[in-house]
Design a protein around this ligand. Structure first.
Ligand SMILES: C[S@@+](CC[C@H](N)C(=O)[O-])C[C@H]1O[C@@H](n2cnc3c(N)ncnc32)[C@H](O)[C@@H]1O
Length: 337
């Protein structure tokens, strides 16, 4: 997937305000900060670091967010998402993604503690042609202080929960769930640490009567966590030439690894199973690692003799929903952002 030309252009205008060597240094510092996962100090603390985030992180977080939103649309096509609340909004990444995936979106509220990000996000939003992006309400507030919010159809906390101390993360999660009218989306880096934050939130939400829409096809204990593994997925995103220059490497794309959870206020039909590894596509058979409705990891081999299933398995990707059933809605995810 790639960013819209409009968003790419807005990012370009912001990043070209900073000279290239400073931007490259800030990009390297940002990578180091995220690798060390030390959030006792903010990763993005200056205008130059914000520009570096726009250039090299926003495309990846945008891609992961868009994919998760697309999963909601796929699973519950009738769900009308008219309002969005983004907690820890940064430059408004989730707003840009939501305005593309949910055309019915009419109102958006973005909460962010950093004044620099608020100013930056508003500048990007001003350049958008989307009315909902232009008229979004930006609120400067620390999520750890009393967050009072009205109900929004969709509440998002992307790449933020894991940066909060545990007690604060729990409190923010509870508030976010109370503010969610239909869905709460949590996204974290696809690392052991990111997944641990998602899995802890999953347990807390299940205790609060949430229905898990995705990725889990069950409400049991996560079998991957039980096996010392971590559940994560991957979204490919095109790199711009600026991105390639700043991060080095010749590839025209990067794969953003992410962990996520979509909690719903109402139950939806089960996905059947979720493909939790890259499918092994061999001559005459496809090997699938599935997280099943029983809350277990199962390795399945789909051979050419199972005509319909084999056809679907050849097209299936890591992260898709899967069903062995024929003609049911529980098939490999046909839509990719
Ligand atoms: C890694 S950025 C993610 C930005 C955006 N959600 C995205 O997905 O691209 C984390 C954001 O959370 C914000 N943040 C961290 N702690 C916060 C807090 N206690 N209150 C409000 N915002 C916070 C940071 O300022 C930063 O903008």
């Amino acid at each position: 997937m790639r960013l819209s030309a409009e968003l790419q252009d807005a990012i370009q205008r912001e990043t070209e305000k900073v000279d290239r060597p400073r931007l490259a240094r800030a990009t390297a510092q940002l990578s180091e900060h995220y690798k060390a996962a030390d959030f006792s100090t903010p990763a993005v603390a200056s205008e130059v670091h914000r520009a570096a985030y726009l250039a090299v992180r926003l495309p990846a977080t945008y891609a992961a967010i868009s994919r998760v939103f697309a999963e909601i649309k796929l699973r519950v096509p009738e769900a009308e998402i008219a309002s969005l609340l983004d907690l820890g909004a940064g430059p408004g990444t989730a707003l840009f993604a939501a305005s593309e995936v949910f055309p019915q979106l009419q109102q958006a509220t973005l909460v962010e503690s950093d004044a620099g990000w608020l100013a930056q996000g508003k500048r990007l939003a001003e350049r958008s042609k989307s009315p909902v992006v232009q008229k979004a309400q930006w609120i400067k507030q620390d999520l750890r202080s009393g967050l009072s919010c009205e109900k929004h159809d969709l509440v998002v906390i992307s790449y933020t929960l894991g940066e909060l101390p545990q007690a604060a993360a729990e409190a923010v999660l509870n508030k976010a769930w109370r503010c969610a009218g239909k869905f709460l989306v949590l996204i974290e880096p696809g690392t052991r640490r990111g997944f641990a934050a998602i899995n802890a939130a999953r347990s807390a939400l299940l205790a609060n009567a949430a229905a898990i829409l995705a990725p889990c096809p069950h409400h049991f204990t996560c079998p991957m966590a039980a096996a010392g593994d971590w559940c994560h997925f991957s979204q490919r995103v095109e790199r711009t030439s600026q991105h390639r220059q700043l991060k080095g490497g010749a590839l025209g794309y990067e794969d953003e690894k992410f962990s996520y959870l979509v909690a719903a206020k109402n139950n939806s039909p089960s996905t059947g199973a979720r493909i939790v590894r890259h499918p092994g596509k061999h001559s005459g058979h496809v090997k699938l690692a599935l997280c099943t409705a029983k809350g277990q990891i199962e390795n399945r081999t789909i051979t050419r003799s199972s005509k319909d299933a084999y056809k679907r398995a050849r097209k299936a990707e890591w992260g898709d929903a899967w069903s062995d059933g024929c003609g049911s809605d529980m098939v490999a995810w046909p839509h990719r952002p």
